[in-house]
Design a binder for this molecule. Structure first.
Ligand code: SF4
Ligand code: SF4
Length: 140
């Protein structure tokens, strides 16, 4: 694993107040995390923070950073008042800037922006929706 000390400095500088470096790896965030409790081998917030604090920039390439539901259970129970959600939003932003974001969510967003639906609709489905909307409008 390649380490980049500037990466951890950058993250900690950007997040300011609740500096990730204050983490002492107690694991409370993970124990309160519903995803960790469901699939501990797939998602572990304590491990993500550890990666950031050793400068493992490859954390940006992990699917893990896209699994968090931003429910705040971890942040509310951290003895060091570390805001993990803020960290995950920052990591997602950086990953997207660097082209590491998974393609599917971005395609879905683009589709919502263009067509109003998360999946591209077939011409037949579009026609059906148009007709349905006309029917609803005429019904009043
Ligand atoms: S609960 Fe806070 S201090 Fe403990 S491992 Fe998680 S982020 Fe670090
Ligand atoms: S915000 Fe993310 S990491 Fe924290 S408890 Fe919720 S799902 Fe887990």
């Amino acid at each position: 694993m390649k380490l980049n000390p500037y990466f951890k400095e950058e993250v900690n500088r950007e997040l300011g107040e609740h500096k990730i470096l204050m983490c002492y790896q107690c694991g409370k965030c993970s124990s309160f995390c519903p995803l960790f409790n469901l699939e501990p081998e797939k998602f572990n917030p304590r491990r993500i923070i550890e990666m950031v604090n050793i400068g493992a920039e490859d954390v940006l390439k992990l699917d893990d950073i896209w699994r968090c539901t931003t429910c705040y259970e971890c942040a509310e129970n951290c003895p060091q008042k570390i805001n993990f959600v803020e960290l995950i939003v920052y990591l997602r932003t950086k990953a997207t800037e660097k082209g590491f974001a998974p393609k599917l969510p971005l395609q879905e967003l683009e589709s919502v922006r263009k067509e109003g639906f998360s999946v591209p609709l077939s011409p037949r489905a579009k026609k059906w929706i148009e007709n349905y909307m006309v029917e609803v409008k005429t019904r009043g």
